[in-house]
Design a protein around this ligand. Structure first.
Ligand code: CTP
Ligand code: MG
Length: 165
């Protein structure tokens, strides 16, 4: 899950500049995605996720570690899927009238997992079937909100994030 977990905090660190929706509004008059989704955040976040995934591939093969096997495809799909899930979440958040940064419990925590798994299921279903057993899924469902909360509190304390969620 490292390639899926890395993009969000890196996007928060590097994000800014041109918003992905180019400041445009949806038919309901509200922003399509909002200022919290930028091209810089997307590109840096996905690149960082892929880079960490490549490091994992190298570590596993060099030290013959008994860990799930990643490929360039699986790490790319997990990293890109994580931030596409985050963007999809923001799209629905705006439709519900929630402003940028407003908390949306459950969706804020699991958007990246859903996005990463949906994209990988579409383009590399064999990887999901081979690696995401129900035991692994249970661990992911418990670990994700804990990691999300801790990393966001750190991000808030070091003034990278405006909200501690
Ligand atoms: N970020 C970015 N580009 C992305 C994703 C995130 O630039 N594709 C940056 C933004 O600076 C954003 C921060 O990371 O403010 C935190 O991300 P997130 O909590 O997902 O965004 P919010 O600002 O809370 O916006 P939203 O309400 O749409 O979730
Ligand atoms: Mg947020």
């Amino acid at each position: 899950m490292v390639p899926a977990y890395v993009p969000n905090p890196v996007a928060a660190l590097c994000g800014g500049g041109t918003p992905i929706d180019f400041n445009r509004n949806f038919s309901d008059g509200k922003r399509i995605l909002g200022d919290g989704k930028t091209y810089r955040g997307l590109v840096c976040g996905v690149a960082a996720g892929i880079l960490c995934g490549c490091l994992q591939i190298w570590l596993v093969s060099t030290y013959q570690l008994d860990l799930p096997r990643h490929t360039l495809a699986s790490v790319t799909l997990l990293a890109l899927g994580a931030l596409l899930g985050d963007m999809a979440k923001s799209f629905f958040k705006r439709r519900l009238g929630k402003v940028r940064g407003e908390a949306w419990p459950v969706a804020d925590q699991f958007d990246l997992v859903i996005g990463a798994f949906v994209l990988t299921l579409i383009f590399d279903p064999a990887w999901i079937l081979a690696n995401i057993t129900w035991q692994v899924l249970v661990v992911i469902l418990i670990l994700t909100p804990l990691l999300h909360r801790s990393v966001n509190i750190i991000g808030y304390r070091i003034k990278v994030k405006k909200e501690p969620w």
